[in-house]
Write a protein that binds this ligand. Structure first.
Ligand code: NAD
Length: 437
């Protein structure tokens, strides 16, 4: 199969590279010339473990290339994937579909021979039909079908998720389109990874419903955590006990500072808007959004408590700024709520994050960045663990304490054991959902 991938972000680049690894011929297109230049130089513009080697292998095999020129890529393709961004529209929380529709317009004029135009971006119900209309209007003679193929990969584990998915969802209405999609995903189907074929709207809905459900699960345990703090229960034990129930499962039950990232906040908000538009309010999802905001704000109160109710002049070290470990993605990270609150109240914030500085520097003005965690805590009155990077789990806590001015710890990911924290000499600990000291 010859595939054109429009958009080389976290989803487009990983999908394009993995499709080429399946043996397909893939051309990845992006309108950002810097991205294309760096990709053509063999450099991966994002941080995603394992992506550079897989990209180099398939580029060397001649199956993977990068271009700004959408025209040729689309002309030669059997399937064109749209993997552009669908951020929240400023002001109203709807998904901003302008990039998807602009890509559809561009694709329309360049289709040649039967082609399936596949939306991989997360898009509201009805978008694939609109993409079909746009293409039909711009190029009435084009031979094409549309298909919806939402992506479920997680940043930080994206290659494994793509290569070993729980399922692939394909929304399509014609046998020809289903045949092309089956051909594309045959390497997965042959290894018994399920490919679920649905209608267009169902495929679009699966993605929003799945993300909203996961955001709900996280928010549920965060609310339970707050109650654990007041009642003497330990949320880690509670999560374990709940997760052992096969009907519930252990994943997405780790309490923390609230969900963030490039998907959950915008997708829950888009689903809430879709519900309102159809006079079927998504009341659970709307509540989840509100509770998550409250969870993030309550973390600031926790920190204030550890700083004698006054951040002014306090030195605060932050471990981890990205929304989760193993990515450089800062979109909607809890750090974007917490760090500005600290800086605004007069704290001197020192951040250490293995991959976040490039994106984060501009987003978090007033903070300083430090490569070494021991350097970051130098002279600090408080250490906050915001993202559970592995690098932070094995630190010499005694050494950390020696470098701090006041050894207070807010472990917002519960990565340290209370006994170890005490033994190291910390004089105060605030975890999430369990008792501190
Ligand atoms: P991103 O912002 O990282 O990348 C989008 C890319 O598309 C950018 O490089 C941009 O320059 C390019 N682009 C935009 N318009 C273009 C055009 N007309 N022609 C060529 N290139 C164009 O976005 P992302 O995180 O990869 O997300 C893409 C979609 O996938 C979104 O709908 C998102 O919700 C969904 N998704 C994301 C994830 C994730 O973890 N990031 C997971 C599943 C689904």
């Amino acid at each position: 199969m010859r595939i054109a991938m429009i958009g080389t972000g976290y989803v487009g680049l990983v999908s394009g590279v993995c499709f080429s690894d399946f043996g397909h011929d893939v051309i990845c297109v992006d309108k950002n010339p810097e991205k294309i230049t760096s990709l053509n130089n063999g450099e991966v513009p994002i941080y995603e473990p394992g992506l550079d080697e897989l990209m180099a292998k398939n580029a060397a095999a001649g199956r993977l290339s990068f271009t700004e020129d959408l025209t040729t890529a689309v002309k030669e393709a059997d399937a064109v994937f749209i993997a552009v961004g669908t951020p929240s529209r400023r002001g109203d929380g709807h998904a901003d579909l302008s990039y998807v529709y602009a890509a559809a317009e561009e694709i329309a004029g360049n289709l040649s021979g039967y082609t399936v135009v596949v939306t991989k971006s997360t898009v509201p119900l009805g978008t694939n039909r609109k993409v079909r209309q746009i293409i039909r209007k711009a190029n009435p003679d084009a031979e094409f079908d549309v298909a919806s193929n939402p992506e479920f990969l997680r940043e930080g584990a994206a290659i494994d998720d793509f290569m070993r998915p729980d399922r692939v969802v394909v929304g399509a209405e014609s046998d020809d389109a289903i045949e092309v999609m089956n051909e594309i995903y045959r390497p997965l189907a042959q290894r018994d990874f399920p490919v679920l074929v649905t209608g267009l709207e169902s495929a679009e809905m699966v993605k929003y419903a799945a993300n909203a459900f996961l955001a709900t699960k996280i928010t549920f345990i965060n609310e339970i955590a707050a109650l654990c703090e007041r009642t003497g229960a330990d949320v880690a034990e509670v999560s374990k006990g709940m997760g052992m129930d096969a009907r519930i499962g252990p994943k997405f039950l780790q309490a923390g500072p609230g969900y963030g990232g490039s998907c959950f906040p915008k997708d829950t908000s888009a689903l809430a808007r879709i519900g309102q538009d159809h006079a079927r309010p998504m009341q659970i999802v709307e509540t989840v959004i509100q509770v998550n905001e409250a969870v993030k704000r309550s973390m600031v109160d926790k920190l204030l408590d550890l700083c004698d109710e006054n951040f002014n002049g306090k030195k605060v070290a932050i471990f981890g700024a990205t929304f989760k470990p193993d990515t450089d993605d800062m979109r909607d990270a809890p750090s974007l709520t917490i760090v500005p609150a600290l800086v605004g109240a007069g704290a001197k914030v020192r951040i250490c994050d293995p991959q976040g500085q490039k994106e984060g520097e501009e987003l978090l003005p007033g903070a300083t960045w430090h490569e070494n965690p021991y350097q970051a805590v130098q002279g600090c009155d408080l250490l906050v663990v915001l993202t559970e990077w592995n690098e932070f789990r094995g630190l010499d806590l005694k050494k950390v304490v020696k470098k701090m001015n006041t050894p207070h710890l807010a472990d917002l990911r519960n990565i340290y054991d209370e006994k170890d924290v005490k033994r190291a000499g910390f004089t105060a600990l605030q975890p999430v959902g369990r008792q501190g000291f």
